[in-house]
Design a protein. Structure first.
Length: 203
């Protein structure tokens, strides 16, 4: 009899890490011994774009150093809320290049699939922090995007992006990769991901 504790019933280590996150700036400040008076500004910035960082990544950050380069990538900061002249919430003009929901076509021979809105970490410099992720691939949108690709023999490269495609489980990734492999004119696949940096066990 297979018990719930058997290995086959346990989540892989990378999925446990992906679920074990620090999402409260106060907890991050306490764990790293950061100056408490800076916390209110960090809390305000996190209200616009939530903090999300795996604990294993936090273990690599130098305690007490607000300028640690690993920390600066993930800590919500008041500068994020300052309006800048010429700023755009869509700097790559992706909204103008959405061929079908979840598929961006901006460059010749290449298409990008937004396969998920989830990420293993929220990078403060993320250029997709305002992206309308309700349009990412799901349900019938997968079929619609694959049909679009199959009808475009000029497309030879597909990029999986998001969010972070490596936050998907292996079964879902396999389904997508097999479907893409069935389109004969696609020759190259790229995956945009930061998961190997923050949860290398995913690979």
């Amino acid at each position: 009899m297979i018990t719930q504790e058997a290995a086959g019933w346990e989540l892989p280590d990378w999925q446990r890490q992906q679920a074990d996150l620090i999402t409260d700036p106060a907890e991050l400040f306490a764990q790293l011994g950061l100056t408490p008076q800076d916390l209110p500004a960090s809390l305000a910035a996190a209200g616009d774009f939530p903090l999300r960082v795996p604990r294993r990544y936090v273990d690599l950050i130098e305690r007490g150093n607000p300028n640690d380069p690993l920390l600066r990538q993930v800590l919500s900061a008041p500068e994020e809320r300052q309006l800048q002249q010429g700023y755009s919430a869509d700097p790559l003009e992706e909204a103008e290049h959405t061929a079908v929901p979840g598929l961006l076509h901006k460059y010749h021979g290449r298409a990008l699939l937004v396969v998920t809105g989830a990420c293993a970490v929220h990078c403060r410099y993320c250029f997709r922090r305002h992206f309308p992720y309700q349009t990412h691939l799901s349900g019938k949108r997968w079929e619609q995007a694959l049909e679009w690709l199959a009808a475009r023999p000029d497309i030879n490269e597909v990029i999986l992006s998001g969010g972070d495609p490596l936050t998907l489980n292996n079964r879902r990734l396999e389904q997508l990769l097999e479907a893409l492999a069935g389109i004969p004119h696609l020759r190259r696949l790229r995956i945009h991901s930061r998961t190997p940096v923050v949860i290398p066990e995913r690979l």
